[in-house]
Design a protein around this ligand. Structure first.
Ligand code: CP3
Length: 349
């Protein structure tokens, strides 16, 4: 990236600027709440097939941009592409979430391939090139990966868990074997992020959805250190790589997270209160943190929550987003209401 301010407001904020109206995108902005997504989804046997079809993945990535003109498009893919590319069996059961052949013992880790399957990942890079060619110039393209800890919780349990007990138990019982799995994921995630930058993404986000369940020492070992390694290894290859961290549920450990990982910006979940969020914003641009449920509910509750968020954060470098993904039951009209409210902000402020 050059020293000239980008024409993409999202990138200007990641570089530390404050904009009059915060740029906005939403986690899970492409997905089941959109009728045009459901229509495409019906044409494919499986969710993974959709992710791995470059034309379809590019189309789904662009759907929310056409409809809402968000300031960033997020590549349509999934964090579980990495275990899949490492040879783990991964499927998505409708309404039930992901299913993997659980790596439930140190010896089971031997089932993973040592090398990532390039065929799998090159379809992702092809999708990025297709999106890039069709994206309006002011809209940024965001790539992503799951953080090693979060990806490992699915690899070890074999499905999504509310408390991540299988992975936590594995990590306490077999710290060395678990450390090797995390290390393998650090390398795979680094390679995948570099591949995405080379294909043309403007920035990436590291999703650590399950960071919040770990005690401080384990948080440091399994969330902070692996992320720190990924960020520094990616920057060795892509020196100006812009990276957002999203350690969901990290709470008061967010300060440590941003300092150690050196991410450019940090995503706040909706449990983070405004005062603490502003403390973090003094040190890094922030992104978040509207409750996805209030977007699904809409009405006055939504307007009030949007205004409070803007009042709290719009005076500094801020990307408007949710505190987690769009819920599938969210009416499209509520997303329109949200955008109108955010984009009308400077005239009300
Ligand atoms: O719009 C976007 O945000 C980009 C695409 C994207 C998806 N998943 C598409 C998806 C991104 C960035 C993800 C990240 C992801 N995937 C995370 C981290 C962020 C988070 O939400 O916590 C995690 C934990 C996963 C793993 C995953 N993928 C689960 C647990 C599930 C099932 C639950 C669910 O929400 O359906 C998925 C499936 C999935 N990933 C869907 C989509 C649109 C739904 C699939 C369908 O159409 O049936």
């Amino acid at each position: 990236m050059s020293d000239h301010p980008s024409i993409k407001p999202f990138l200007r904020v990641l570089a530390g600027e404050q904009t009059a109206i915060p740029p906005i995108w939403l986690m899970r902005q492409a997905g089941r709440y959109l009728p045009e997504y459901r229509a495409i989804r019906e044409r494919k046997e499986s969710f993974l097939e959709l992710c791995l079809d470059p034309k379809m993945a590019a189309e789904v990535t662009l759907q929310p941009i056409r409809r809402f003109r968000f300031d960033a498009a997020i590549l349509f893919s999934d964090i579980l592409i990495i275990p899949y590319a490492l040879g783990q069996h991964v499927t998505f059961e409708t309404g039930e979430g992901p299913r993997l052949d659980a790596l439930d013992s140190p010896s089971a880790l031997g089932r993973l391939r040592y090398q990532l399957d390039d065929k799998v990942l090159s379809s992702v890079y092809e999708a990025i090139e297709l999106v890039k060619a069709r994206l309006p110039p002011e809209v940024a393209l965001l790539g992503f990966c799951g953080a090693p800890w979060t990806v490992a919780t699915y690899m070890v349990a074999g499905f999504g868990t509310v408390d991540q007990i299988p992975a936590r138990q594995f990590a306490y019982s077999h710290p060395e074997a678990f450390g090797r799995l995390i290390e393998q994921l650090v390398e795979a995630s680094t390679a995948h992020l570099i591949g995405q930058f080379k294909a043309g993404v403007d920035a990436v986000q590291i999703f650590d959805t399950w960071a919040g369940v770990l005690p401080a020492a384990e948080f440091h070992k399994w969330c902070v250190e692996p992320c720190q390694k990924i960020v520094s290894a990616v920057r060795e290859h892509i020196p100006d790589a812009r990276i957002i961290g999203f350690p969901r549920g990290a709470g008061t450990k967010l300060g440590l997270y941003i300092e150690k990982t050196a991410v450019d910006a940090v995503g706040l979940d909706w449990m983070v209160d405004f005062d603490f969020g502003r403390q973090i914003q003094k040190r890094r641009p922030i992104q978040g943190n509207l409750d996805p449920l209030v977007l699904a509910v809409g009405g006055d509750a939504l307007d009030r929550a949007v205004d409070q968020t803007l009042e709290a954060f719009a005076a500094g470098p801020f990307v408007f987003n949710l505190g987690h993904g769009v819920l599938p039951q969210t009416p499209v009209a509520h997303v329109e209401q949200l955008l109108a409210r955010v984009r009308g902000w400077s005239s009300r402020a």
